[in-house]
Design a protein around this ligand. Structure first.
Ligand code: ATP
Ligand code: MG
Length: 352
């Protein structure tokens, strides 16, 4: 039986994960698919109970599982710990590295009923429907870093192996082939040698995916195009740091942070989590928007288990609830239609 490791984590993670499980249960019951769900500790909750952010049994279970569903990690309570022991570095980043999750995926889509609550103009965000793929285990973040004396200096090395570039670019080509067949690779090849290497590999792989139209764009231009005319993009693929910056920028194109799902993949195996954090300011108040987590669970069904129909059912149910005018507090809207976390989960189950 396929295994899913469930890590609620901290803050609102404890409230949004039960809603996602409720929705998964409803959709899987109808389809007859069976999964084994098992909960484990991570982050601050694990520090409190077990003295470390990523206990051995959690790591072992995540390695063995087909997919990991995570809530959120961290909070003010653990901010005074040394960085390496904190929930974020010691828990989540350590887990991502251990599982070698090299592809971070964020689908960014404007739902028609949320256009009016967007901070951006309707004609810009109306047709946004893209996926940004960020390389997650290489580049500047993991290259050699250090300090020098005489004169004092500091450096971080941006290095990518051919293998690292190939696997992420291949992933992007495959995904683009399943969507609108447009791939934009983002780099800084007018300045960086690693970007020139990246470009060569994109061009080398392109003939294997003749149905996909490829373009290559400099990152500065990509940042501008994302806010000028975002509907031109279908799939974007880029290296670690450019992706870090562009995904935050692009996330604003899809409405609230409470709507954004994400997946970090290594082949079919994936860790699925909302793009937001543990929101300590609203934790424990039944106010958090569970939809990003519910949509992450839908991604899990599609991307790891190939259950496209079931994943789509969840996405359609979310759309339906929003079309009916129901909102959580972060989405604004008619005060009479504001639902709490649990009530929003129930509404999605009803819509299913
Ligand atoms: P992290 O470093 O873990 O990403 P963060 O400090 O960036 O965390 P978040 O925890 O994402 O911040 O919270 C940022 C703001 O967004 C907070 O005001 C929080 O209440 C709000 N927020 C985040 N997630 C949600 C959600 N699911 N529903 C409603 N509001 C949310
Ligand atoms: Mg954050």
């Amino acid at each position: 039986m396929p295994k899913i490791a469930v890590l609620p984590g901290d803050g609102i993670g404890q409230e949004i994960i039960p809603e996602a499980l409720k929705v998964l249960d409803a959709v899987l019951k109808n389809s007859g698919e069976q999964f084994q769900f098992q909960e484990y500790l991570i982050g601050g909750a694990a520090i409190d109970a077990r003295g470390k952010a990523l206990p051995e049994d959690t790591l072992a279970a995540c390695k063995e599982a087909d997919a990991v569903l995570l809530g959120a990690i961290g909070g003010p309570k653990w901010d005074t710990l040394p960085a390496q022991e904190r929930p974020e570095l010691g828990g989540l980043l350590a887990l991502r590295k251990e599982l070698e999750l090299y592809a971070n995926i964020r689908p960014i889509k404007m739902m028609p009923s949320l256009i009016s609550s967007s901070a951006l103009k309707e004609e810009i965000v109306r047709n946004v429907d893209m996926v940004v793929i960020r390389e997650l285990t290489g580049g500047l973040y993991f290259g050699e870093k250090g300090r020098k004396e005489h004169p004092k200096a500091a450096y971080d090395v941006l290095v990518y192996t051919e293998e690292e570039i190939r696997r992420i670019v291949e992933f992007a080509f495959v995904l683009a082939g399943q969507r609108r067949k447009k791939l934009c690779s983002v780099d800084k090849a007018n300045v960086l040698e690693s970007s020139r290497f990246w470009r060569e590999i994109v061009l080398d792989l392109a003939p294997q995916y003749p149905e996909v139209e490829v373009s290559q764009m400099y990152v500065d231009n990509a940042a501008m195009q994302l806010v000028r005319y975002p509907e031109q993009f279908d799939v974007i693929v880029t290296e670690n740091m450019f992706g870090d910056i562009l995904t935050d920028l692009a996330s604003m194109l899809g409405g609230s942070i409470g709507m954004l799902a994400s997946a970090s993949m290594s082949g079919k195996k994936g860790l699925y989590e909302p793009a937001h954090g543990s929101a300590p300011d609203i934790a424990g108040q039944n106010k958090a928007n569970p939809l990003a987590t519910i949509l992450s669970a839908a991604m899990m069904l599609k991307w790891t288990f190939g259950l496209n129909k079931e994943g789509q059912l969840i996405e359609d149910a979310v759309t339906k609830v929003l079309d009916q005018g129901y909102r959580t507090a972060d989405l604004g809207g008619d005060p009479g239609r504001i639902l709490g976390t649990r009530q929003m989960g129930d509404a999605v189950v009803d819509a299913l």
